[in-house]
Design a protein around this ligand. Structure first.
Ligand code: AMP
Length: 114
């Protein structure tokens, strides 16, 4: 099956500004940032969205959640606050069919989101 864009980034086949990686996940700067700090955290496993995850992905999902705080600390936005976003499907504007967690910070973020 054709690799997703984010699998290619995780496999270093497409360049990206990688800020963190390990055996299960990769985090890199969004190419079109919407905040001063905007990083995408993706699993190496090709899951199309959070809705496609199953019980067998439980430890992977826990790993990703734990990395969010670590990456936010690394970016210097943990204390002031930041937002994590998972867009899922067309109505939420998901454009890349590979699970990705947006980590956004460095400015005030409005609620509710658009
Ligand atoms: P979403 O709209 O939630 O699917 O988010 C996809 C994100 O991927 C968008 O914020 C894009 O700017 C970002 N993006 C697309 N292509 C790349 C790329 N080559 N490198 C880094 N980020 C990308």
């Amino acid at each position: 099956m054709e690799k997703t864009l984010f699998e290619k980034i995780a496999d270093h086949e497409i360049p990206a500004d990688i800020v963190y990686e390990d055996e299960q996940c990769v985090a890199f700067r969004d190419i079109s940032p919407v905040a001063p700090q905007h990083v995408l955290l993706v699993p190496r496993k090709a899951l199309s969205s959070i809705a496609a995850a199953s019980q067998e992905d439980a430890s992977l999902l826990a790993h990703l959640m734990l990395k969010v705080g670590e990456i936010a600390r690394m970016l210097g936005i943990e204390e002031e606050g930041f937002r994590t976003v998972l867009n899922t499907g067309a109505r939420a504007g998901q454009t890349v069919p590979h699970l990705h967690i947006h980590i956004l910070g460095g400015r005030d973020l409005q609620w509710p989101p658009g």
